[in-house]
Design a binder for this molecule. Structure first.
Ligand code: HSE
Length: 298
C-alpha cells in the first residue's frame, strides 16, 4: 500500500496570477493499492466514486504515459483537512496525490519534473500544482508547452492566516467572471508587483508586501462573488496584516502577518462574529516538503 501526503496551496499570491503559489502546512492524505480487478474508493462522497474521480483520472494519465495497464485499483482519502473549493488547492492535492501514487506503483518511472508537466497538463495552470508537488513558494510558468519553475528561498518571520468562507466557489465559475483581455496599465500594475512580491519574500523586507500584493487581474472581478470580501480585506489591514489577497480563485482571503503576532486571529474572529460571518480562520506556516510518501508499499 502507498500513502501520499499533499499540502494545501495558496495560488496567485496577489499579483502573480497563474504563476505564484505557496504550499502550506495543511494536508490531504491518500492511500493507493493495486488490486487484481475493479476500482474501489474509500473515504469520499458517493458522487466521486467513479471513473470521473479526479484522483483516478490523474493516476490513469500517469499510467497511460507509461503505457501501463493497471488491473484494479483502490483509492482512499484517509485525511481531508484541505477544504473543498475554497481557494486552497484541494483539487491540486488530488491531482498531485494521484500522480505521485501512480508513479510509486510504476516504481518511480517519472522524475519530479515529468510529474509536474503532467500535473500542469491536467490542471491547466501551474500555480497550485507546482507548490503542492515541490513545497515552498514557487514561481512557475508555461513556455512553449513546457513548465519551468524556481523555488523562492522565503525568509523567516511570517505566517499565513487563511480566512475561509462557509461557502464554495468553483474555479470554473471564478474564471468565467474574468475579462478576456487586460489593459497595458493593468499589465504593468501586476507585472511590477509580482516581481516585487518575489523580491520581498527573498529579502525578508516584508514591509513591502502591502504594496506588492495588490492585483488588477482578478480580485476586483471575483470579489463580487464573495459577500464580505471588502470588509474582511480592509479589517485585515486595520489589524496589522503585512499583506492580504484572494487565495487562488477564492473565496478564501489570505492575510500574511508577522509570525509573532498572537493578536490578529482573535481580533479577526471577534470581527467575523459581529458581522455574522461564520467563517473559519486557520493559522498556517509554509510547508517546505511538498508531496511526500509517508508509507512504503507493503
Ligand atoms: N490561478 C488560478 C486562478 C488558481 O486564479 O484561477 C486557481 O486554480
Amino acid at each position: 500500500m502507498i500513502r501520499v501526503r499533499v499540502p494545501a496551496t495558496s495560488a496567485n499570491m496577489g499579483p502573480g496570477f497563474d504563476s505564484l503559489g505557496i504550499a502550506l502546512k495543511l494536508y490531504n492524505d491518500f492511500e493507493f493499492r493495486e488490486l487484481e480487478y475493479g476500482l474501489k474508493f474509500n473515504g469520499m462522497p458517493k458522487e466521486f466514486c467513479n471513473e470521473e474521480n479526479i484522483i483516478y483520472l490523474a493516476m490513469k494519465y500517469c499510467f497511460d504515459k507509461a503505457g501501463y495497464k493497471i488491473k484494479g485499483l483502490e483509492i482512499s482519502e484517509i485525511r481531508q483537512d484541505v477544504p473543498v473549493s475554497r481557494g486552497l488547492g484541494s483539487s491540486s492535492t488530488c491531482i498531485v496525490g494521484g500522480l505521485v501514487g501512480a508513479n510509486e506503483i510504476l516504481g518511480k518511472k517519472f522524475s519530479e519534473n515529468e510529474l509536474l508537466e503532467m500535473a500542469v497538463e491536467i490542471e491547466g495552470h501551474p500555480d497550485n500544482v507546482a507548490p503542492a508537488l515541490l513545497g515552498g513558494m514557487v514561481v512557475a510558468i508555461v513556455d512553449e508547452n513546457k513548465t519551468f519553475y524556481d523555488r523562492i528561498d522565503v525568509k523567516k518571520g511570517i505566517k499565513f492566516i487563511s480566512i475561509i468562507p462557509n461557502f464554495r466557489l468553483s474555479t470554473e465559475k471564478a474564471r468565467r467572471v474574468l475579462p478576456k483581455e487586460i489593459s497595458l496599465k493593468d499589465g504593468v500594475y501586476n507585472v511590477s508587483r509580482a516581481a516585487l512580491m518575489v523580491a520581498c519574500f527573498s529579502s525578508g523586507r516584508y514591509e513591502l508586501i502591502k504594496h506588492a500584493c495588490k492585483d488588477a487581474f482578478h480580485q476586483n472581478y471575483r470579489k463580487e462573488l464573495i459577500p464580505g470580501f471588502e470588509e474582511v480585506y480592509n479589517k485585515s489591514y486595520e489589524l496589522g496584516a503585512l499583506g492580504c489577497y484572494l487565495s487562488g480563485a477564492g473565496p478564501t482571503i489570505m492575510a500574511i502577518i508577522n509570525e509573532k503576532d498572537e493578536r490578529f486571529s482573535n481580533e479577526l474572529k471577534k470581527f467575523l462574529l459581529i458581522k455574522g460571518l461564520e467563517w473559519d480562520i486557520l493559522e498556517l506556516s509554509i510547508d517546505d516538503a511538498g508531496a511526500t510518501i509517508i508509507e512504503g508499499e507493503d
